[in-house]
Design a protein around this ligand. Sequence first.
Ligand code: ZN
Length: 300
Amino acid sequence: MNYKYLLIDSYDEGAIVRITLNRPAARNAQNRGLLEDLAHAFAAAEKDDKVRVVILAGAGPIFSGGHDLGSDEQKTETNPGPQQLESFRTNGAARQAAEKRSLQEWHYFFQNTLRWRNLRKITIAQAHGKVISAGLMLMWSCDLIVAADDTLFSDVVGTRLGMCGMEYFAHPWEFGPRKAKELMLTSDAIDADEAYRLGMVSKVYPKDQLAEKTLTFARRIAVVPTMAALMIKESVNQTVDNMGFYNALNASFTLHQVNHAHWAELHATRGENPHPCATPEDGVPDWRNPPPTQISRKDS
Ligand code: ZN
């Protein structure tokens, strides 16, 4: 299968599959086409009984810069016309306002991510460069995360878009509750060593050896009996689900929609395009030209 936005590599007679986000010029920003390709590729790997481990990587300088916030490609696939994707006419897209937004985000940002988190295979995110906002949720959907030593992780939507994180709100579970607040209120990044210290990342590898060492790590996991591997994954996932993970994600998705609705209503009240995120007129910097990211350190 050839994908427009992904590269697929297979190793060890199909036991390991590497899915690489392949939109490097756009810093692997997640447009709908990329997310649909990803849904297909994850489902294909899940369906194939030869596959034991799936690696999720990114081509180019960074893993992923987040959601596509309006590239020409995104406009073409969104707006009516011959290249409009079918999913922009269904799953709530034909409705209006908050109903439309919440249905589309439920399908394409929340439930798809949850679906990948529950994939019947072991998944490893191979992070490098930067992992920003929706890049985090894509990475977090994986069972394990390894990172190049240059990786910075940040969620910038609080300070730049006036939003309470993303549609898949795993922040407190991944960073810890208080660190989640700090990182979201400042948009500061953590580096790979801090991510390792927090337990979010399992391995930190030299950048030039990342792909090869991730494959070696995947090979160790690929020899675990598949039944044991899945039961280990499920034991942990069902434990955190019983600790409230799933319900908290649902609740936070609703808060995310309230946050969007606030901006859309405020902008409509001012007679502007009802954009569902904060704009520079609301006191945030222009996200196209943001201030440099700082790294969270204990003394600065
Ligand atoms: Zn949203």
